[in-house]
Design a protein around this ligand. Structure first.
Ligand code: GDP
Length: 326
């Protein structure tokens, strides 16, 4: 009752032909913790790499309820109506097999999921952000090789996941709601700094005036930051994802951005920087894992902790000893 094993060549041929079931299975290999699966996933990735890199990668973040899935559905439908092929991936480190992932949940994008030019994949599960992000980054390569020219990466606006998504995308979009004039409260400085555009969603049903006020405030806030290396001045736009308003203007803006950065060379520079970042990030992760998973270290770490508790050593000396004898 052994399952037939699909060869790497077969995977690559099928992915390059745009075969979605094979793309899904390859992503499953990428996400697997089984060393055999990982080995094959790496082979597939390297073979797909020359066919990747040709898409625009858009990061989208915002707090729960801001309208991310509604927006991605409306935006995604707009893109497919323009003849684009759209893949939606997600980075949600909090999702686990037991809790079920929230982001990229297909039931939340009912129309897009039935669109043959769209591919939606929920967040890989995992406890570490680094692990989840790495898998998503590798999935981008597979989606691009399968012919998807627009990759949307969704993440929730809490914690460190925005930085990870920012480090794997070309354009970073922050979704916000208009409130009662305290728009800037509660958003981390770093997130505004990362944004290439802020979209104020739900600018409908009597909320238009507030949305316009918020737009002025955000524009003012954005001007407080030093100019971006890309040469791009971040924009604030209004949208109603629910009523499909303002969505086309957002795509036009992203297109404008892509033209600018491709002409200036910043596009390739940023992608190179991102590759370097992930190289170092992966090494860091691996070194840490090797260290902490080493049974000898585990035991000696416990001994050092006991010594620390008894006032027999300092954290620095203990760390030095553990690292040197590693
Ligand atoms: P997410 O948690 O950020 O993915 O948000 P959802 O897309 O699930 O949207 C949360 C709620 O806001 C849902 O009830 C949507 O129908 C509603 N919603 C999303 N976009 C809009 C919009 O543009 N206008 C209005 N009025 N409601 C919206």
């Amino acid at each position: 009752n052994r399952r037939k094993i699909t060869s790497t060549e077969e995977f690559v041929t099928q992915i390059l032909a745009g075969n979605i079931p094979f793309l899904s299975r390859a992503i499953t290999l990428v996400e697997s913790t089984n060393p055999k699966h990982q080995e094959q996933a790496n082979e597939i990735l390297e073979a797909c790499l020359p066919h990747a890199n040709k898409s625009v990668r858009i990061g989208i973040t915002g707090v729960p309820g801001v309208g991310k899935s509604t927006f991605i559905e409306s935006f995604g439908k707009h893109l497919t109506s323009l003849g684009k092929k759209v893949a939606v991936l997600a980075v949600d480190p909090s999702s686990s097999v037991h809790k079920g992932s929230i982001l990229g949940d297909k039931t939340r994008m009912e129309e897009l999921v039935t669109d043959e030019n769209a591919f939606i994949r929920p967040s890989p599960s995992g406890t570490s952000l680094g692990g989840v992000a790495q898998k998503t980054r590798e999935s981008i390569i597979l989606c691009e090789a399968a012919g998807f020219d627009t990759i949307i990466i969704e993440t929730v606006g809490v914690g460190q996941s925005e930085t990870a998504v920012h480090s794997m995308t070309d354009f970073f979009l922050l979704l916000k709601l208009a409130g009662a004039g305290d728009e800037l409260q509660g958003i981390k400085r770093g997130i505004i700094e990362m944004a290439d555009a802020i979209v104020i969603n739900k600018a409908d049903s009597g909320n238009e005036k507030n949305a316009k006020i918020a737009k002025v405030e955000f524009n003012r806030a954005l001007h407080l930051y030093p100019p971006k290396e890309s040469g791009w001045q971040p924009k604030v736009l209004l949208a109603s994802a629910l009523h499909h308003q303002g969505v086309d203007a957002i795509y036009t803006m992203i297109d404008e951005y892509m033209n600018l950065v491709k002409k200036s060379g910043y596009f390739q520079q940023k992608r190179n920087e991102q590759n370097n970042y992930w190289l170092l990030e992966t090494i860091n992760q691996q070194l840490k894992n090797n260290f902490y998973n080493n049974p000898k270290i585990k035991e000696r770490l416990q001994q050092e902790v006991t010594k620390l508790e008894n006032g027999k050593t300092t954290p620095f000396t203990a760390a030095k000893r553990l690292l040197e004898n590693n």
